[in-house]
Design a protein around this ligand. Structure first.
Ligand SMILES: Cc1cc2nc3c(=O)[nH]c(=O)nc-3n(C[C@H](O)[C@H](O)[C@H](O)COP(=O)(O)O)c2cc1C
Length: 378
């Protein structure tokens, strides 16, 4: 009797054991190495310090791994960063708030990578004005590199080890002192027990249930899911599912985008359980507030977000954003209110909600090669 189980690996994290199909599909897992190559190229010399720094910046955390950045090198020491507008997430991120946070993380990584070489990256956000609504074709930032003797940032040591960890965490609660070190900055916080922890757990679970039940948001994520190594390599972005059991489930039929998007199907149920189990296992929830929600405040939230994630990495802690309850599409409104009542009584904007804990690290997430993100000077 063949064992009738597949293991769904999400973003490299062995996660859910699912019962269907047959292990007769003993498929040797094809490689996704080329999709991970940008992690190996960071640190190499490209003959231009801007490219050397950009090779790190493209490794920034960003929503749905869309990597929406486009870069134009200008003159000898400047560059401009633009958003590829069709890589935004209009359903889950209707205001582009999360996309701009990803740009904030990108710019902070760029700054840190330049500083490592003693170069100051002088960042001007939205040099042609900040869009009042959603992003447009104007630049998100202009960056000037100057040999101004910038000091290296100790957190830079964690950049290549940073991962978004989606597997369940062990029940072990990290030491209070460790957590206080990670969440040392103003307008951040954490909860590792008690009523607030329980309330956040409920909010995150409900937020996930809402996002996954609502057809437009579910479809947005499903469309961006790459199933199997060939799809991941062809489009090294989005939500990457790969590994031998994934190839087997794909070939056998139960795992497809259509099935994932069909409530009641096996694949839909697996996705549902995969994410809720991760939330349920969280010994710690953390958060990041901003004074408001302007484009510049979003960029700053992205800068601080990256630093929280790197600090968690330094402490050997897994880190996963849980953004559902912070999203602005209509059915989420009651939860968005609840999370603000709980964490931001003085009218701040909650820009980030995270879970932290102990788990082994997954492989690096796919990235487009740097060359594909460069655009010609006009
Ligand atoms: C603003 C923002 C929101 C995110 N929200 C989520 C989320 O809700 N759930 C999740 O699993 N990952 C979330 N992520 C993490 C991205 O999916 C992740 O950064 C991307 O897939 C690349 O993977 P990496 O961080 O391992 O490089 C978010 C990242 C950013 C910057």
């Amino acid at each position: 009797m063949l064992t009738r189980r597949f293991v769904l690996q999400a973003a490299g994290a062995s996660a859910v054991v699912i019962g269907a199909g047959a292990s007769a599909y003993a498929v040797l897992s094809p490689s996704v190495a080329s999709a991970q190559e940008p992690w190996l190229r960071a640190g190499q010399r490209f003959g231009d310090p801007r490219l050397d720094a950009l090779a790190f910046a493209i490794l920034a955390p960003n929503p749905h791994n869309r990597q929406p950045w486009l870069i134009r090198l200008e003159g000898n020491d400047e560059l401009q960063v633009f958003c590829q507008l069709d890589r935004r997430l209009p359903r889950t991120d209707p205001l582009d708030r999360q996309i701009v946070i990803g740009f904030g993380a990108f710019l902070e990584l760029l700054r840190m990578a330049a500083a490592k070489e003693g170069i100051a990256a002088d960042i001007t956000p939205f040099p042609e004005g900040a869009p009042v609504g959603r992003l447009d074709s104007r630049p998100v930032a202009r960056v000037r590199f100057t040999a101004a003797g910038a000091a290296a940032d100790p957190l830079f040591a964690e950049v290549l080890r940073r991962r978004t960890v989606r597997k369940p965490f062990s029940p072990e609660v990290p030491a209070e002192q460790t957590l206080a070190g990670i969440f040392a900055e103003d307008a951040t916080g954490f909860s590792s027990g008690g009523e607030r922890h329980a309330a956040l757990r409920e909010i995150c679970l409900e937020g996930w249930a809402v996002e996954h039940a609502y057809a437009p948001t579910r479809a947005e994520s499903t469309t961006l899911t790459r199933i199997g190594a060939a799809e991941v390599v062809a489009n090294p972005d989005g939500i990457a599912l790969y590994g031998a059991p994934i190839e087997a489930a794909r070939l056998a039929g139960p795992l497809s985008r259509t099935a994932m998007d069909s409530p009641g199907s096996w694949a839909h149920g697996q996705v549902e359980t995969f994410y809720s189990k991760a939330i349920e296992s969280s010994p710690v929830f953390g958060w990041l507030l901003g004074r408001g929600d302007s484009q510049v405040e979003r960029l700053d939230a992205g800068r601080r977000w990256l630093r929280l994630h790197l600090a968690a990495t330094r402490e050997g802690l897994g880190f996963q954003p849980l953004s559902q309850a912070l999203q602005e599409f209509a059915p989420m409104a009651p939860l968005l209110d609840r999370v603000h009542a709980l964490l931001a009584p003085e009218g701040e904007r909650v820009h980030g909600l995270f879970r932290l804990g102990f788990a082994s690290s997954p492989p690096p997430a796919p990235r487009w090669q740097l060359e594909t993100r460069l655009i010609e000077a006009t």
